[in-house]
Design a protein around this ligand. Structure first.
Ligand code: XLS
Ligand code: NI
Ligand code: NI
Length: 457
């Protein structure tokens, strides 16, 4: 009886439709399933089980994986020494709107087969830049029609959109920080359109990454003026967002350099300072990328903690760099310590709100087949599933958090609480120190805590 009801329930029919998947672009690859740690199947998840519950939420609710259009669909895998190698048989290599529309099918089939529920794009990844701005706007709209259709058919959602203000030659000296007002205006127009399309597609967020918002030499650069211009651009975007009722979050993505010599949004601290100085704090959160953190000379955990301390961690570009090469190599994250540290931060924050884990990552130039795209994403998803489970277990255990809490407990009462509450002056503290003599400290126990983490890995 129950079974019959299920079969004929209109809701179930709808769910079945959602699961319908094209097989046109990756005919040799089945839907990637969770097979558990005993499986030897490279095209299966060993750890990521989308609907498994960890601490009251499913894995997919915790992790909110996103697929990057620019890497998965558009990166030919060229490097500074050689042309692209990637095999993408559906792509005719042309700049036509039809080719761009066809690509949408490949992207969505790929995401469905991986079980990835979000994606991210730049305007120029999804649609071509054509002979003038109006033609480019129109092309963007025509591809957005296809994206909207594909979202409806698959239930896949847009995590964030953005505008590419770094690839075209007009942006050779920046967009918001270009010394040319007409370039600034063109960039602003691209941002407006990209926010419109992101809004139309129900995006959860919108990212600002200023790849060329920095300088190559200070001999020709007025830093103060450029920073004021960048702030003006972001202020206009915030005003526009409110005007059209876009309720997604705005994120700014730190990176210290490359392609510029110095990028103004160099790390979390620099971004936060910039936002505060220009009265934009609270309007934008941060989208933090692992490879950018390491290029800035920080760990990812450092960047996340700095953002969290300012209540400004929004989203994550989940990748990793090659420590020996030192470029933004955008590799897929497979290091369990890294994913554990990231998930410790995310869980301590109480989870993502509108952000997620966007795989801003590409296959190696040597890994040029379509199958490699699957191995790459499977590896990243499994690594984060393990990071999630380990981080959750560490927090449940409580010893790490208790240690940290205990370490600051002298500020919970007495003179410490008075310091935190702003109730004492330097004179008061001099009197206190004279009276109480030499202060005592306790071991920071770094090695013990590192051992504790290892017990869970
Ligand atoms: C490049 C950035 C870029 C942003 C989006 O290094 O990571 O991909 O995420 O513009
Ligand atoms: Ni990124
Ligand atoms: Ni990057």
């Amino acid at each position: 009886m129950l079974d019959l009801f299920l079969i004929f329930s209109p809701e179930i029919v709808r769910v079945e439709q959602l699961l319908l998947m094209s097989d046109e672009f990756f005919p040799d690859i089945p839907k990637i399933e969770f097979e558990g740690t005993d499986s030897k199947n490279p095209l299966a998840f060993k750890h990521y089980d989308a609907n498994e519950t960890v601490g009251g939420k499913t894995m997919k609710e915790h992790l909110r994986f996103g697929c990057a259009y620019w890497h998965t669909m558009r990166n030919g895998l060229a490097d500074p020494f050689g042309e692209g190698t990637a095999e993408r048989p559906w792509d005719d290599g042309s700049n036509s709107v039809e080719n761009a529309q066809k690509r949408v099918g490949a992207m969505f089939e790929f995401m469905q087969k991986c079980g990835i529920e979000y994606y991210c794009f730049h305007d120029r990844d999804v649609a071509p830049e054509l002979e003038d701005l109006q033609a480019s706007h129109d092309a963007f709209d025509a591809v957005a029609d296809e994206l909207e259709k594909a979202q409806k058919e698959t239930g896949i959602k847009l995590l964030w959109g953005t505008a590419c203000l770094f690839a075209h030659k007009r942006y050779n000296q920046g967009a918001g920080t270009s010394p040319y007002a007409d370039v600034f205006a063109y960039g602003a127009a691209q941002i407006k359109k990209a926010i419109d399309v992101t809004h139309r597609l129900g995006g959860e967020g919108y990212v600002f990454w200023g790849g060329r918002e920095g300088y190559a030499t200070l001999y020709n650069t007025d830093i103060g003026r450029e920073l004021n211009h960048l702030a003006a651009l972001l202020r206009m975007a915030v005003d526009y967002k409110k005007k059209i009722g876009f309720t997604g979050d705005f994120f700014i993505e730190p990176k210290p350099r490359e392609p510029s010599t110095h990028q103004y949004d160099s790390d979390s601290a620099a971004c936060l300072n910039f936002l505060r100085e220009h009265n934009l704090y609270g309007e934008l959160k941060l989208n933090i990328e692992t490879n950018h953190a390491t290029l800035a000379g920080h760990t990812m955990m450092h960047e996340l903690e700095v953002a969290m301390a300012a209540n400004a961690l929004g989203s994550i570009d989940a990748n990793t760099g090659d420590e020996l090469i030192g470029w933004d190599t955008d590799q897929f994250p497979t290091n369990i310590y890294l994913t554990t540290q990231i998930m410790l931060c995310v869980l301590r924050m109480g989870g993502f709100d509108k952000g997620g884990l966007n795989f801003d990552a590409k296959c190696r130039r040597e890994s040029f087949t379509t199958e490699d795209l699957f191995h790459a994403h499977i590896g990243g998803m499994d690594a984060f599933a393990r990071g999630l489970k380990i981080a959750h277990a560490i927090l449940e255990d409580g010893r790490l958090e208790d240690f940290k809490k205990q370490r600051y407990s002298s500020f919970d009462s007495g003179i410490g609480a008075q310091i935190e509450n702003g109730e004492v002056s330097l004179e008061d503290l001099e009197a206190y120190a004279l009276k109480n003599g030499e202060p005592q400290t306790q071991s920071g126990r770094q090695e013990m805590l590192e051992n504790l983490i290892n017990d869970f890995i």
